[in-house]
Each structure stands twice: as structure tokens, then as C-alpha cells.
Ligand binder design. Structure first.
Ligand SMILES: [Ca+2]
Ligand SMILES: [Ca+2]
Length: 436
């Protein structure tokens, strides 16, 4: 329709006709832009420079205030203040886009930096540190579900409990579904680890911890340091309590007591995919445990992960309890066992390797589990199937003779893009110093 309108006016051959044609074309394009991207046209933003301005701007969103909040560079000492987002469609981001240029510091006085109780909320491009409990807590309310949360390009450091917590409402009748956590660095440092123990009297911490959540995507994050010498930490990524259809892909998980978990005990998980992740753990911290743990998890697909552990725990991947069934576990590259416990069962268990050694990898001790070279039985040796289309680096599979076992698809002629240094912007992939 647009092209026929353009042709109609451009066929006029008078000067006036061409001027009218240009004006009408401009109006047509403007109208089309408004129709296609109404949010871009009407969205208003407020820029904040102080804690007070930030808190006020967040609270104002619930009463008609601007729903895009841009945070100017600086360190914001919250000291007990917190940000409760109760309006749908709120975005909070740093002005520069550099996640280290805006620091929201809870100083172990703010219990939760962000409480998200509304849908389609985006938090991105900043650093959150030293929350007493959860730097981000996404929760449903008694009145409604929460969907569409996007958490992107954050640096979350030293949470007092789990870094990102996802909960249903207290009655467990409304839920938090269909969110995405991407390109974040989530870590616990030595000083934060001591604080976890002070706070909880246990190692009650972890990366992402979700209950009864459906259809989340956790991708391209680096999660590290969730361990304690005095007790077992929770997982780097953990979806349980009836969570369903979680996709966990292309993450780098370093030195976490437990890497990725679906389910725990009889509090299970249904469906879901764990693929193309690299999981490394160095020497024992006292309570080192499994790389990928499935407990009462049915129907999960676990494929093309690389798990390399230098501690003494015997299993890299385990599936546990009767309710862990109908599992697909293929093409995983480990240096520890892949095994059933307490009657867990698979329908497809094939093409896995459990005797990898450090010299197979570019730099195992740094968590770089890219393949160093072609290796018989590894490269070109994976079970091909339709869903296996890319690798940890987002490189297309297969390269060379066939798909490779593990998270990395190797090629001597197509180098992996900077050891997985990439940002998924949602629109395009930028290569930069990011994940490892
Ligand atoms: Ca290959
Ligand atoms: Ca690769």
C-alpha cells in the first residue's frame, strides 16, 4: 500500500506535485514509524543523579511517572533505601551503557536493591553490590503474575543471599514466568563470602534461584565464586519447586559448589534444556559438588556441556530420584562420571565422554574449556540432531567433519570469537571482552 501511494504522487510532474509528494511521503513514513514503534515515539525518560532522585523516580512509575529511568554515572550508596518496581513496562539502565559506571551499593543495609513486582521490567547496564539479601528479587503478588522480566549486562557482586531470587506469591497461586537473564557477571568474592556466613550462619547463597517459574532463559552469563569452606552453597543456576521449561545455555560457571541444577530432592523440575555451558571447578573448597544436578527433574535435555572438575567429587553430571526420568543426556564432555543416583533414569544417554584431561582445553585452570585441537573421538564425534545448531561461542554447528562433543565447536580455520567474548544485545551480537 505504501509503495502504490508513493508511485501515485511521484507520477505527478508539476513542481507543486513533487513538493506535495515529498511532504506526503514524509507524513506517510512518520505515520508508519508511529504504527510500527509506538513505544519509541511516546516513551519518556527521566535521568537521575542521586539516590533520592532514583528512589523518587522509581516510586513515581506507579503513579504515571516516566517509565524509563536513566541513571547517571556514579556510585549510589543506598544504605537501606530500596527500589520497588510496581508498574509494568519500567526500564532502569545506566546512562553510559557501561555496567561499571553506575554502582548501586546496598552496603549490607539494603536488604533487596530491586524488588520487581510488575511485568515487562528491564534492568540493565549497571553494577549491584552488597545487598544484605537479594540484589534482585522478582516476585508475583496476590493479585497477578509477573512476566517478561529482562536482566541484562549487570555485574552483581557479593550478595548476602542468592543474587537473583524468583518467587511465586505466598499462596503460590501467581507466578513469575518468561524472563531472561543474559550477559551478566554474577560473583561472590572472598570478602562477600565472609559476609554470607555472618549473615546466614550457613552458605545460603547462590547465583540464580527460582521457584515455580516457567519458561525462563539464562544465557551468556559468567557466574563464579559461590562456595564456602564451612558448608555447601546453592547452585550457580537453580530452577526448582515445580519450575518448567527453563533454557540454560552458553554460560560460564567457575568455582561454584554446584553448577546448574534442575530440581532438588522431591521439589522438581519439568522439561527444560541445559546446553553449551562450560562449568569449571578448581581444587576443593571443602564442599564441592556436582557440575550439573538433576533431582526429580523429568524430561530435561542436557547436551553439549563441558564440565571439568579438579576437586574430588566423583560426578560431573548426575540424575537423581525416581522422578528424574525421560531424560536426554548426550554429547557432554566431562572428566568425571555421568551417573544415576536413587533410581534416576534416562531415555537417551549417549555420546558422552567422562575422561577428559586438562591438556584437551585451551586453559582449563582459568575455566577456558575451548578445545585446544582436533581430537579423535571428540571433534566430529557428537551425535547430530536438529536442535544442535550452535555452540558456546554461538558458532554454527557443525564445523569440519561433524559436530563436536562438549560446549565448544572447534575449527582450526574459524577461530572461536575471542574465547566467547560476546554481548548478545538482543538485536545483534557484538564481539567484545565480556564473558571469560
Ligand atoms: Ca566439528
Ligand atoms: Ca567454538
Amino acid at each position: 500500500m505504501c509503495f502504490s501511494g508513493l508511485n501515485f504522487f511521484s507520477n505527478r510532474d508539476t513542481k507543486t506535485g513533487r513538493q506535495n509528494s515529498s511532504l506526503l511521503l514524509f507524513l506517510q513514513v512518520l505515520l508508519l514509524a508511529m504504527v510500527l514503534r509506538p513505544a519509541a515515539v511516546v516513551m519518556a525518560a527521566v535521568t537521575v543523579h542521586t539516590v533520592t532522585e532514583l528512589v523518587d523516580a522509581v516510586n513515581a512509575t506507579a503513579h504515571g511517572g516516566d517509565r524509563t529511568i536513566v541513571v547517571a554515572d556514579g556510585t549510589y550508596m543506598l544504605n537501606g533505601e530500596y527500589l520497588r518496581i510496581a508498574a509494568n513496562g519500567v526500564t532502569i539502565r545506566s546512562q553510559s551503557g557501561n555496567r561499571e559506571q553506575v554502582v548501586l551499593d546496598g552496603n549490607y543495609q539494603t536488604t533487596e536493591i530491586f524488588q520487581i513486582v510488575a511485568s515487562n521490567v528491564t534492568i540493565k547496564d549497571m553494577r549491584l553490590q552488597r545487598a544484605l539479601d537479594h540484589p534482585i528479587h522478582v516476585m508475583a503478588t496476590a493479585g497477578s503474575d509477573v512476566t517478561g522480566t529482562i536482566i541484562r549486562n549487570l555485574h552483581i557482586v557479593d550478595p548476602g543471599q542468592q543474587a537473583i531470587k524468583i518467587n511465586p506469591d505466598s499462596a503460590r497461586s501467581h507466578f513469575v514466568d518468561s524472563g531472561r537473564i543474559a550477559n551478566c557477571l554474577i560473583e561472590l568474592t572472598d570478602s562477600g563470602r565472609a559476609k554470607v556466613w555472618d549473615r546466614n550462619g550457613s552458605c545460603y547463597t547462590g547465583g540464580v534461584d527460582a521457584h515455580q517459574a516457567d519458561n525462563w532463559i539464562i544465557e551468556d552469563n559468567r557466574i563464579q565464586g559461590f562456595w564456602c569452606s564451612g558448608g555447601l552453597a546453592e547452585h550457580g543456576v537453580h530452577f526448582w519447586s515445580g519450575s518448567t521449561d527453563t533454557l540454560v545455555q552458553r554460560n560460564l560457571i567457575i568455582d561454584c559448589d554446584r553448577g546448574i541444577g534442575f530440581g532438588l530432592g522431591d521439589s522438581g523440575h519439568s522439561g527444560g534444556i541445559i546446553r553449551n555451558n562450560m562449568i569449571y571447578h578448581g581444587p576443593d573448597h571443602g564442599h564441592s559438588d556436582v557440575g550439573i544436578g538433576l533431582e526429580s527433574a523429568s524430561g530435561a535435555q542436557v547436551y553439549n556441556n563441558t564440565v571439568f572438575q579438579e576437586h574430588g567429587y566423583p560426578n560431573g553430571i548426575e540424575y537423581r530420584f525416581d522422578a528424574s526420568n525421560n531424560l536426554t543426556i548426550v554429547n557432554n564432555l566431562c572428566n568425571r562420571h555421568i551417573t544415576s543416583r536413587n533410581n534416576g533414569s534416562t531415555t537417551l544417554l549417549s555420546h558422552n565422554i567422562t575422561n577428559a584431561t586438562a591438556d584437551w582445553f585451551v586453559n582449563a585452570q582459568k575455566g577456558d574449556l575451548h578445545l585446544r585441537a582436533e581430537r579423535t573421538g571428540v571433534t566430529g564425534a557428537a551425535l547430530p540432531f536438529a536442535e544442535l545448531t550452535d555452540d558456546y561461542d554461538m558458532q554454527t554447528r557443525p564445523l569440519g567433519a561433524g559436530p563436536d562433543i562438549g560446549a565448544d565447536e572447534y575449527s582450526s580455520t574459524v577461530p572461536h570469537p575471542g574465547s566467547g567474548k560476546k554481548i548478545n544485545t538482543g538485536w545483534l551480537f557484538l564481539l567484545t571482552d565480556f564473558k571469560p
